[in-house]
Design a protein around this ligand. Structure first.
Ligand code: KG4
Ligand code: ZN
Length: 338
């Protein structure tokens, strides 16, 4: 009989992107057959952030079309994977309901997926990763440091006590009057400041960098920027770029310091990044440099940028690895890894 492998359709609607992807696992390799991301960035940019009910309405509107595009040229799927949390509950439900109607129509099993685990597992696509590992998942909603003992066996070591790292990028961008989403726009400005070698005496705090745990806090950083910007009045282009560079560097310093401390403490073999903020070029570069300089044996992995931000490839891939972990087919906004 011909080996067709296993083909999984992934659905991801936990935040503001409507994502559907088809992934095949055949001959011990993943093949991404399709990967559609319908971004709502333009819509939410008007408001400077994500509005759950607006996002839900858009998911509802987009899902059928995104599905059609993702299935172009694909005849069969074997299973359906869908994100059930964490995320915005109204948005998660639209994905789950869509998965259920597909499952009835196609008579295929549904596998519920944890969004944070999916971000971790986006590193495992056609790569051998020495375990245990420390995973840093940084996005608009999450900043978590996780010990990955094995695939499916996790321990959360620390997390943010207030704002997520991506949320801090987004909020500081708003203060600097840069468009939403803030991360990529701050990165662009910061790059200008570095390229032009702008001199500046702006100095921002590195919150909790010395604390004796693996937690984070980013809301004070945003407040510090707000205070300094208010004090200096209207910013010119150069000042704005300098604020962006210093904000980005402060976030990078804290993330690297705590992650590498955890890597040392738990004597792990790899460090993995994931989530939208891990698309940040400077963060990737500095992580790589520091690991090379300070840790001989430690391996560093980060997904391609298009797999760092939200996507449904990671949802499908997560379902391949999934052992029945008792996840229910219901939206859980604050779902935890266990
Ligand atoms: O993982 P993601 O796509 O969605 C969530 O689950 O939140 O992450 C989105 C977040 C946003 O806060 C965005 O500003 C940030 O990731 N982000 C970046 C970059 N690209 C996206 N932050 C810094 N640098 C980037 N290049
Ligand atoms: Zn995410």
């Amino acid at each position: 009989m011909k080996n067709r492998g296993v083909t999984i359709l992934g659905i991801e609607t936990s935040c503001d992107d409507t994502c559907i992807s088809v992934v095949r696992f055949k001959d011990k390799k993943f093949q991404i057959l399709s990967n559609i991301v319908s971004s709502q960035v333009k819509l939410h940019a008007k408001y400077g952030g994500v509005y759950p009910f607006l996002a839900k309405r858009e998911h509802k509107k987009n899902l059928a079309l995104v599905f059609k595009k993702a299935m172009e040229g694909i005849k069969n799927i074997d299973k359906i994977a869908v994100t059930v949390g964490p995320g915005l509950e109204p948005c998660l439900w639209t994905g789950i309901n869509f998965a259920e109607s597909l499952s009835l129509k196609l008579k295929k099993e549904i596998i519920p997926v944890n969004h944070i685990e999916a971000h971790i597992l986006s590193n495992f696509i056609n790569k051998e990763i020495p375990l245990p590992a420390i995973a840093l998942i940084v996005s608009g909603g999450h900043t978590e440091l996780i010990l990955v003992k094995k695939i499916g066996q996790y321990k959360i070591l620390g997390e943010t006590r207030d704002d997520a790292a991506g949320e801090c990028f987004d909020k500081v961008a708003r203060i600097l009057k840069l468009p939403y989403p803030g991360g990529p726009n701050i990165a662009k400005e910061a790059e200008i400041a570095r390229k032009m070698n702008y001199k500046s005496d702006i100095s921002l705090p590195r919150p909790m960098i010395k604390s004796d745990d693996y937690d984070f806090s980013f809301s004070g950083l945003k407040t510090a920027v707000l205070y300094l910007v208010m004090k200096s009045g209207k910013l010119n282009k150069k000042e704005r770029a300098c604020f962006a560079r210093e904000t980005e560097q402060s976030i990078i310093d804290v993330l690297i310091k705590k992650t590498l401390r955890a890597a040392r403490d738990f004597k792990v073999k790899s460090v993995l990044l994931g989530g939208g903020v891990s698309a940040n070029k400077e963060l990737r570069k500095q992580f790589e440099q520091r690991i090379k300089e300070e840790f001989k044996e430690l391996k560093f992995f980060v997904p391609e940028p298009y797999l760092s931000t939200d996507n449904a490839v990671m949802t499908a891939v997560s379902a391949f690895f999934s052992k029945n972990k008792g996840l229910k087919l219901e939206a859980k906004g604050n779902l935890r890894l266990n």
